[in-house]
Ligand binder design. Structure first.
Ligand SMILES: *[C@@H]1O[C@H](CO)[C@@H](O)[C@H](O)[C@H]1NC(C)=O
Ligand SMILES: *[C@@H]1O[C@H](CO)[C@@H](O)[C@H](O)[C@H]1NC(C)=O
Ligand SMILES: *[C@@H]1O[C@H](CO)[C@@H](O)[C@H](O)[C@H]1NC(C)=O
Length: 197
């Protein structure tokens, strides 16, 4: 059942017609422990209601759910624990076709490619942006120990490697089940697929 539903979502997501999801910024830069607001805009119709709105935002590589809205209701069960209590959506502007996600207390591991899929009863699409969270300068230790840069530079390298795959990864994630993670996770937790779909 999940597969059939995913296929439907997948197909509608990949038919990129007049329904668009834009990013207001393709790349964000922030420092650890700071806050940031990621913003997407999507096509609205005057007669549309929030009840028909489904939104899934995920970080790719590894795929983790950041935000899930189902028929206008937030599904917190879907959210990965990495983002628990740190992501807030501005529900007031959703009606205007603006998806604003406030992320607080940023961590370096929040860095990556973010994809938000928006599905309405008049279309579906997705938009992506990068977030780069740099480590906060540690004032108590102005000089880094000589051994410590190693893991950090490895992290950077894998981040670059990940970014190199950006287009492919994003397309893959979208077309091979952008919605799968959130749906699967909440289905597992709720033990009831129909509650999620
Ligand atoms: C970040 O957001 C939290 C609430 O989400 C707030 O308490 C805090 O003051 C903000 N920090 C900065 C640096 O804006
Ligand atoms: C998306 O971006 C295109 C090109 O900049 C613009 O024409 C369109 O109005 C935007 N749509 C939304 C919903 O933001
Ligand atoms: C992230 O930000 C740091 C500091 O500005 C910069 O040196 C690095 O190149 C950025 N990484 C990416 C992948 O943009």
């Amino acid at each position: 059942m999940i597969c059939r539903i995913l296929l439907l979502i997948k197909l509608s997501s990949c038919v990129c017609g007049t329904f668009v999801v834009n990013v207001t910024q393709t790349s964000y830069q922030a420092e650890e422990n700071h806050n940031i607001t990621l913003e997407w805009t999507f096509t609205t119709k005057t007669d549309s209601s929030l009840n028909s709105l489904q939104i899934l935002c995920e970080i790719i590589n590894p795929l983790k759910c950041l935000y899930h809205l189902h028929e206008g209701v937030e599904v917190s069960e879907s959210q990965d624990e990495q983002f628990a209590g740190r992501v807030q959506c501005d529900k007031d502007v959703l009606r205007e076709g603006r998806l604003r996600l406030h992320m607080s207390r940023l961590r370096t591991e929040d860095s990556g490619l973010y994809v938000c899929g928006v599905k309405t009863n008049y279309g579906a699409n997705s938009g992506r942006c990068h977030l780069n969270v740099t480590a906060a300068a540690d004032e108590s230790k102005p000089q880094r120990p000589t051994v410590s840069p190693q893991p950090e530079s490895q992290g950077r390298i894998s981040l670059y490697a990940g970014l190199g795959l950006t287009a492919a990864a994003a397309l893959l994630a979208l077309c091979a089940g952008l919605f799968s993670l959130c749906l699967t996770k909440s289905a597992e937790k709720k033990g009831n697929v129909s509650a999620v779909i």
